[in-house]
Design a protein around this ligand. Structure first.
Ligand SMILES: *[C@@H]1O[C@H](CO)[C@@H](O)[C@H](O)[C@H]1NC(C)=O
Ligand SMILES: *[C@@H]1O[C@H](CO)[C@@H](O)[C@H](O)[C@H]1NC(C)=O
Ligand SMILES: *[C@@H]1O[C@H](CO)[C@@H](O)[C@H](O)[C@H]1NC(C)=O
Ligand SMILES: *[C@@H]1O[C@H](CO)[C@@H](O)[C@H](O)[C@H]1NC(C)=O
Ligand SMILES: *[C@@H]1O[C@H](CO)[C@@H](O)[C@H](O)[C@H]1NC(C)=O
Length: 397
């Protein structure tokens, strides 16, 4: 009953968004034609006045100038940006919020804040592994913040005592492989920056799991002097092959980087990312499929402007091992969850931490774990995950 009603509301919401997008596309296409093709104008003159007045009444629906971050005529046809005017204001506010270093506020303003880690979940809708995360956060109130960006049409039914209750931020639809993905990431960062006590910012998906207990992850993030953004100069078609020479001279081929979208950044770098207009605008115009902004924008930006702040590796593990060569890593269901697998992910690599320490603790999170993996993950001995997810966490749902 309730579920049916919920599905109907979600369908109506999706339809509503589709109509807005059709209007937007129509507006952009016609706008471009008017600008570049005088023959179209001549052609339109033959249309009835009602058709033209219909066209000009469109400004009641979202205008490109409201949807694009830097209104530069003519509007680029692709991709559709989902920034609203309130997003613009949000970014401005977030960019002005102080970073802990180099701020003019005196130390005592900060000393009252316990530094927190912002866990930012970029999801489609539900959080299938919610109970695992609830167990992870339990008992650590005051040391973390949670932000969830899900599809605006998704209707949430969460128990009031869940740590995820009330953590959704105002969102826009995200389309895989388009710039709407980095719009969502920037929206999450901007919201999290408004809380001055957030000092580390982790981007996660609904299929991510934590690999250690909260205390261990918190300490590892807080003690690191570098951010964790994977980046590499990949000479192949799926790397340098996606570079568009029109991005030059701001971005040249040797600046171009590719990396995983799942990052962890310090507060200072988060402010830099949210403040960027220059590179964002270039990506929005020239990084269109088969170029995927979420794999190139932040890595390239950081490589050009702040290479010394980055460790160049991600803290989020994924299985790309052969014979896999599609666009998605391997997924893990209930049959795959073993002590052996989790320990291999947790201790099976070598990397450098803080410049001079060699460590096997290279990953704090892992993806992509399916809904079916939840029960197996919850049943793992507490020793392995260092916390007991059954302790005081609701077992129904
Ligand atoms: C978290 O894990 C570490 C390392 O395994 C352990 O020493 C510590 O006691 C654990 N903390 C809690 C609160 O379980
Ligand atoms: C690309 O730009 C960098 C500066 O950002 C410069 O050092 C480098 O020489 C340029 N490379 C090419 C191939 O133009
Ligand atoms: C990361 O890569 C940048 C170049 O993008 C380099 O300048 C920097 O030293 C590297 N950092 C580490 C920790 O390897
Ligand atoms: C981070 O710390 C290590 C060791 O203390 C040091 O070698 C490295 O230069 C530091 N990096 C930065 C960016 O401060
Ligand atoms: C790494 O560098 C830091 C600061 O320079 C120093 O305190 C620490 O002892 C060094 N660690 C190792 C393992 O050399």
């Amino acid at each position: 009953m309730g579920r049916d009603q919920q599905n109907r509301s979600e369908r109506i919401c999706h339809l509503h968004l589709k109509i807005i997008h059709v209007f937007y596309l129509l507006f952009v296409v016609i706008g471009l034609s008017l600008l570049f093709n005088t023959s179209i104008i001549l052609c339109l003159k033959n249309f009835s006045p009602t058709f033209l007045s219909f066209l000009y009444s469109i400004p009641n629906s979202p205008k490109p100038s409201e949807l694009l971050p830097a209104p530069t005529p003519p509007p680029p046809p692709l991709p559709i940006s989902t920034f609203s005017r309130s997003d613009q204001e949000l970014f401005k506010r977030a960019a002005m919020v102080p970073s802990i270093q180099g701020s003019s506020l005196n130390y005592h303003t900060y000393s009252t804040h316990v530094p927190k880690v912002a866990f930012m979940f970029l999801t489609r809708g539900p959080l299938p592994l919610r109970r695992l995360w609830e167990g992870f956060f339990k008992g650590n109130q005051g040391f973390y913040s949670i932000y969830v960006h899900s599809h605006p049409c998704y209707i949430e039914t969460l128990p009031r005592d869940s740590v995820f209750y009330g953590t959704r931020i105002p969102s826009q639809p995200v389309f895989w492989g388009t710039a709407t993905m980095i719009d969502a990431e920037r929206r999450l960062l901007a919201n999290a920056l408004l809380d001055l006590s957030n000092q580390r910012f982790v981007l996660l998906s609904e299929s991510c799991i934590p690999l250690f207990n909260f205390t261990t992850i918190y300490g590892h993030l807080m003690n690191s002097n570098l951010s964790f953004i994977a980046l590499a100069d990949d000479p192949r078609k799926a790397g340098r092959g996606r570079y568009n020479p029109k991005m030059s001279p701001a971005i040249n081929i040797t600046n171009w980087r590719k990396g995983s979208q799942w990052f962890e950044v310090h507060r200072g770098l988060a402010i830099h990312i949210v403040s960027d207009q220059k590179y964002y605008t270039i990506f929005q115009q020239y990084c269109v499929p088969p170029c995927y902004s979420d794999e190139h924008y932040i890595p390239t930006l950081v490589n050009i402007l702040y290479p010394e702040l980055n460790s160049n590796r991600s803290l989020t593990w994924a299985d790309w091992s052969p014979p896999r060569d599609g666009p998605h890593p391997r997924e893990f269901g209930w049959v795959d969850i073993t002590d052996e697998l989790l320990n291999r992910i947790r201790f099976g690599s070598d990397c450098i931490y803080n410049g001079n320490t060699s460590t096997t603790m290279c990953f704090l999170f892992a993806r992509k774990f399916l809904t079916t993996a939840l029960e197996s993950l919850l049943r793992m001995p507490p020793l392995l995950l260092d916390f007991n997810p059954f302790h005081g966490v609701d077992k129904d749902a």
